[in-house]
Design a protein. Structure first.
Length: 343
């Protein structure tokens, strides 16, 4: 029997509030039971905008609340591990934004906590729910392009995040490129075996303080033998630009806009030759709804778990290896740990 899933939103920034609003207004069989934030004004304002009464700045209240079935975690990356473990140990199911944790060691601890407490943990790689990626996956699986042999991705943000965010986010690979690592694994149906990454600071000098970059490139080799390259940029002032391509032995699938013309003018003043998506909330608006609908369906035993903690670990392992590749100026074999219990 389908039941209403009562969810607490931990973190109510831009993405946290978007998730909470989707749950409250657009996701069937779910509602926001409580919102939690470390700042009182943020928690109270979010609750008022959602039209609910329950808010708190004490996160322990969320984990002790018997009226909460699941939590949605959209706090800074460095807090994920501790919050997931607290949620798992209190028997709450978990939706957490990527990356699952900042380090591989933390991810191992998280997965053990999830498995030991028999809870669901879904990680927010929303591109897997995007209709474009879903259709590409379907066409690849039915053999329309033959054997996938090459993956290409372009990921460009309008600008770098503020310094206050960058100093705890991990790196461009943890916070941005990890979406492309995950999409590559999803579309190619193969794990990334090795990676060679390079990064530069071309515009935002403050990134150097945190060994981070605003421009990065990664060459990847898949276990299937396929090859790929991924561009990650924080310098596309014209908008949010996400494109992917999978080349197969019998055809090619392109995701995103690639116009058949010699020149497309892209300027910072908005005088562009075509309408451009301004930010990720617009581009993946429906994907955020669909991934939350799926999560609620999993908790109602209607869907099989996807984007699991173990799957998210595999994308994190690639991101960590990309950082190591940059630092050591060499190709890195992606080191993996296999978990028998896939939660």
């Amino acid at each position: 029997m389908t039941k209403e899933i009562r969810i607490a939103s931990i973190g109510v920034g831009t993405l946290g509030f978007l998730h909470a609003s989707n749950i409250e207004h657009r996701v069937p069989n779910a509602r926001i039971e409580k919102v939690a934030a470390t700042r009182e004004e943020s928690a109270k304002r979010a609750a008022e905008r959602l039209g609910i009464q329950n808010w708190t700045t004490n996160l322990s209240e969320v984990f002790e609340d018997n009226h909460v079935d699941a939590v949605v975690i959209t706090t800074p990356n460095y807090t994920h591990a501790d919050l997931i473990k607290q949620a798992a140990n209190s028997g709450k199911h978990i939706f957490v934004e990527k990356p699952i944790t900042k380090t591989i060691e933390e991810a191992h601890e998280v997965i053990e906590a999830v498995n030991n407490n028999n809870v669901i943990c879904q990680v927010g790689f929303m591109r897997r729910f995007d209709p474009t990626y879903q259709e590409a996956k379907r066409r690849i699986e039915q053999g329309d392009i033959g054997q996938p042999i090459y993956f290409k991705a372009v990921g460009r943000d309008p600008g770098s995040p503020p310094e206050s965010y960058v100093k705890t986010s991990g790196s461009i690979f943890h916070d941005f490129t990890i979406h492309d690592f995950d999409a590559a694994r999803f579309l190619m149906d193969s794990e990334i075996k090795s990676i060679r990454s390079v990064g530069k600071v071309l515009m935002d000098e403050y990134l150097k303080k945190y060994n981070d970059y605003d421009q990065a490139h990664s060459l990847v080799t898949f276990e299937s033998g396929a090859f790929g390259d991924i561009e990650s940029s924080r310098n596309a002032g014209y908008g949010y630009d996400i494109r992917s391509e999978v080349i197969g032995t019998e055809g090619t699938i392109q995701l995103g806009s690639l116009r058949n013309q010699d020149v497309q003018f892209l300027s910072l003043n908005g005088n562009n030759s075509s309408e451009i998506v301004p930010e990720y909330q617009t581009r993946f608006r429906e994907s955020f709804v669909k991934e939350m609908e799926y999560f609620v369906g999993v908790l109602n035993n209607e869907n099989e778990p996807v984007n699991t903690a173990v799957s998210a670990l595999k994308s994190l392992e690639v991101a960590v290896s990309a950082v190591e590749s940059c630092e050591n100026d060499q190709e890195i074999e992606v080191r993996r740990k296999v978990f028998e219990a896939m939660k």
